[in-house]
Design a protein around this ligand. Structure first.
Ligand code: ADP
Length: 480
């Protein structure tokens, strides 16, 4: 069932339950209070009449037991009104006198009432008189502690029935109308609320079925749930697109990267076949080229393999590593690579860490190679090591071309290569380095200024920090 229908249904059912409950309550309370009001009026009137009769003095015939009261008829009529009927009855229930508004009619005889009155109890009864319901209050009259008869006061309660009937009509039609209006308004409001989702759905379907993942959903300025969903989906599309692009680039890059050394190797083999092998100098040169191209291919394959191992959860060969010695090795290697650059050691603390020496060296070589690649000749690359209380920091700073702020958040992504990057590279070096750092419980951060240089910092936890993982700095973000 569509969300919209479900919403309307729930909303209408809930509102219906509330309205019906409220109607029941109102109807019940109204009926009760009207009846109580009538009963109270009748009892009050009977009490007034009783008091008046008592004040006049009642005479009861000793022989016949008949009640005699001068001007009784006048008295009861004084207390009657068009809607209130009064009747005085003897102990056997037969009427002594009745108000004029009763005409020749008398209240219906009720044996139960007579019995109750004779026991000194007042009663309420509802009887029918001329097809109309009549509420009658019957209070016993006592002379010398003996019941001699009863004063009966009655009122038609047809008006209560009519009032309740009207109220019921209003409540039922009001509830029905309310529910219809609520369903219509609900349908409209939910339609409005869900329209953006429907639009998202349509656009997303279009995007997914199209080959181009560059399309994005239109966002609005409101900060509501729908807009947040749109932003999330756009973010997801962005990542998908990046991933997709990276895959496409990977195939192109891998084939391109492998094709160049393969062509060089093939060319040199052809050269050797065509006679160059007989000349020792040419043979040596060709073999050296083949060797270096094979090295290059091995590097690429090793990088790809390492990343796939990393994904599969490769474990490190942990041992005690003297970082200062490791950095010295990296420094020596960097001096061989960095012709024309001033490669130097900066601050140099001593630090021992528990880690994988080969991987850590690979990480630092990646950082240094990048620094050398992106620094024009005459520039400087400085490697430093700081041992602090909580962290060991290795920094690789260069005075090269720097990284654009827009590229900074992406440089650690796989296969990301900066724009205007004329250097060869597959965009794997930094993602491998970051993975190694994280596998050691650390991280790499970067600060860079375009055209002025970059500084990459490897943060490795000291033993103390590693055992209190919670105390790691949370601000290890890409710094610009
Ligand atoms: P690559 O193999 O292309 O060097 P990396 O993952 O090592 O891949 O680096 C990703 C991108 O980060 C590079 O293409 C380059 O644009 C940028 N980058 C990395 N290090 C530096 C640096 N020291 N100076 C300027 N740009 C750098």
């Amino acid at each position: 069932m569509p969300i919209r229908t479900r919403l309307i249904l729930w909303y209408t059912i809930l509102l219906g339950a509330i309205l019906i409950g409220f109607s029941f309550l109102l109807y019940g309370v109204l009926g009760y209070s009207l009846n109580v009001q009538v009963d109270r009026t009748l009892a009050d009137r009977a009490q007034q009449i009783g008091a008046a009769i008592e004040a006049q003095g009642i005479i009861v015939s000793e022989k016949t037991g008949k009640i005699y009261l001068p001007q009784l008829e006048i008295l009861v009529n004084v207390f009657s009104s068009p809607a209130i009927f009064i009747q005085v009855v003897r102990a056997d229930g037969s009427a002594v006198v009745a108000t004029h508004n009763l005409g020749t009619q008398r209240f219906p005889y009720d044996k139960g009432v007579v019995l109750a009155n004779n026991q000194g109890l007042a009663t309420y009864r509802t009887s029918m008189m001329e097809d109309s319901p009549l509420r009658i209050y019957s209070a016993p009259m006592l002379v010398n502690n003996q019941v001699v008869g009863a004063v009966q006061v009655g009122q038609s309660i047809k008006f209560i029935e009519e009032t309740l009937r009207q109220v019921l009509l209003i409540l039922t039609s009001g509830t029905a109308l309310g529910l219809v209006v609520a369903a219509i308004v609900g349908a409209f409001v939910s339609g409005q609320a869900l329209r953006p989702i429907e639009q998202i759905n349509q656009t997303a379907t279009r995007i997914v079925s199209a080959p181009d993942l560059k399309q994005r959903l239109p966002t609005s300025k409101t900060n509501d749930e729908v807009n947040r969903l749109t932003v999330t989906i756009n973010g997801m599309l962005e990542r998908l697109d990046n991933f997709f692009q990276a895959q496409v680039r990977l195939s192109a890059d891998v084939s391109h990267e492998l094709r160049t050394p393969l062509t060089a190797i093939r060319g040199n083999i052809d050269l050797l076949r065509s006679g160059a092998a007989n000349d020792p100098a040419e043979l040596a040169e060709a073999l050296s080229i083949i060797d270096s191209e094979l090295n290059r291919m091995s590097r690429i394959v090793a990088d790809l393999l390492l990343l796939s191992h990393a994904d599969a959860g490769l474990s490190l060969r942990m041992q005690t590593v003297e970082l200062d010695t490791l950095i010295l090795e990296v420094y020596r290697q960097a001096r061989v690579m960095g012709n024309g650059l001033n490669i130097q050691l900066g601050h140099e603390d001593q630090a021992i860490i528990y880690g994988d020496a080969d991987r850590l060296k690979q990480l630092l070589i990646n950082l240094v190679t990048n620094a050398i690649k992106h620094t024009p000749s005459g520039g400087r690359v400085t490697i430093s090591l700081y041992q602090d209380e909580a962290w060991i920091r290795v920094t690789v700073a260069d005075t090269g071309r720097g990284i654009a702020p827009s590229a900074l958040p992406h440089i650690f992504e796989r296969f990301y290569r900066g724009e205007n990057n004329d250097q060869k590279g597959m965009g794997l070096g930094l993602s491998i380095a970051q993975w190694i750092a994280q596998a050691h419980g650390g991280r790499i951060t970067v600060q860079s200024e375009l055209n002025h240089g970059s500084e990459f910092t490897l943060w490795l936890p000291t033993k103390k920090t590693a055992s209190q993982a919670d105390s790691r700095p949370t601000k290890l973000k890409y710094l610009t």
